[in-house]
Design a protein around this ligand. Sequence first.
Ligand code: ADP
Length: 552
Amino acid sequence: MRKRILIVTLSVTVLGILILSLLFTDVFYRGAVESAEKQLKTYGNFFDVSAPFTQAEAEKLAERLDASRVTYMSADGTVVADSAAEVEGETREDRSEVIAAIAEGEGFSVRRSKTVGENMVYYCFRTEGAAGGAPAGALVRIGLPLSSEIEYFVDALPTIVWFLLLDILCCLIFAWVATSGILKPVEKLTKEVATSSGGQVSTKYPELKPIAKLMNDMNADIGEKVAKIKEDNRIEKLVLDSMEHGIVIFRDASDLILINKTAARLLEYEENEPIALFSEDREIADSLAAGESASFYRTIGEKDYNFRFTLGEPNVLLITDVTESMAAARSKNEFIANVTHEMNTPLTSIKGFAELISSGTVPPERAESMAKTIIKQSDRLANLIRSIINFSAIDSDELPDYEVNVSELIGELIGAFEPKLRKKDIALRLDIEQGVKVMSRRERLVEILNNLISNGIRYNKEGGSLDISLTGGASPRLTVRDTGIGLSEEDKARIFDRFYTVDKSHNGAGGGFGLGLAIVKKLCRRAGWTLKVDSKLGEGTAFTVEFCPKKG
Ligand code: ADP
């Protein structure tokens, strides 16, 4: 701005000075012409009309008149004598001063003389003539050299240059003072804006008020936008940090763009440190070096994670907890292996005995016992299949619940266990509160009761006892307590697993397949009931079902 003001003022004043210089030159020139004309008119008085009208007299007069040029001409303008050149006989009738003198008696003109090669002011007048002197009507012309307008200008040029220099100095001072005066309030306003950190600014200068208003509006707008961006960032961070998946967006191991809390925890990320896993895990490091998107499974602590790398600009790593899905896959494989194994045992036995019988070499009394074994193993196989179906059916059982009288149900079921109780000489003690009802389905409660009671007999000692108690109220509770072999702490934690049996020897013979308690647990879990086991190795076991939904 300062430069601009300087250029404008400088241009205006320089132009002004030049125009003024030209004008003054013209005025001076005119003045000079006027005074030359007056001088020439005075010089005219020095002409002696009676003196001979000759070259010598012309030169004498010219000398007297301070080296002016004197020309004598006849009445028609033919040169008779000239003090500056030998031009006798030439005519000057076409010169404007001569034309004026012939017509009006006198005339002036200013022009460059071809004869003397100078700028001249001429004064020409007509004489009356005198005897022995100038002939009547003769013309006398006196000329004085006069600088031309350009010469005047050139003469004034050094002064003009000095003026210009002075002008530049003045302009510089003026531009500095003027711009300081104009810019000061603007600079003050700018400073205020810079230090207001988004606040309101004001100015006392009315010219700057629209700018201050504009800045305030812009500040408010920017403030709103910044607040929105901050809020968006906060929400984005909140979402990312509350995700159970880990997310890392990165350019390379030490150039991270974003990492959420889960990823930072799993990768043990330290701020400003490269992610160790990216270089320490050979497989991952190789894949990153090759620039290939890939997926890896890694175990951290007790959990399994899937690391999915999508490489690009930038790279993205998504870490997903796959513990459950992997456990489910493992459990499915285990289940299939267990089922196959459990089925294989009775089938081998059935096939073996059947082959022996069909060979015809077995005596009839042995064939009968073999056939009984085949029937027994077939029953086991059927039991196994039924148990598996029962176990799987629980998940898809969406039938509605209704009120079941558990007190009555125990009474109905217990009779069927009497032969087994008698066989092992087990004393049954019932402590059943009447009219205890729970919301369920009869077949589910039958499954639970049958499993718990049959286990209480099966794993009881000869001459032991079996206590079944049922209490009602707000939280009905069933307890089946035996005085049997009991469970070790390790087995207690595993008896609810599918196909888990403590004594592997009875598996496939008189014992079960390890599915009974798994079914009981699954049924309780689906109903929201609590199943507890309390046992001491060698002393006995008690299973308790609390028929009220778990809190929380
Ligand atoms: P099973 O059909 O083999 O009895 P369960 O799932 O009912 O299968 O039981 C799993 C295992 O838990 C049994 O093999 C047994 O070792 C143990 N168990 C179950 N009930 C009792 C009990 N009342 N006393 C001692 N051990 C028991």
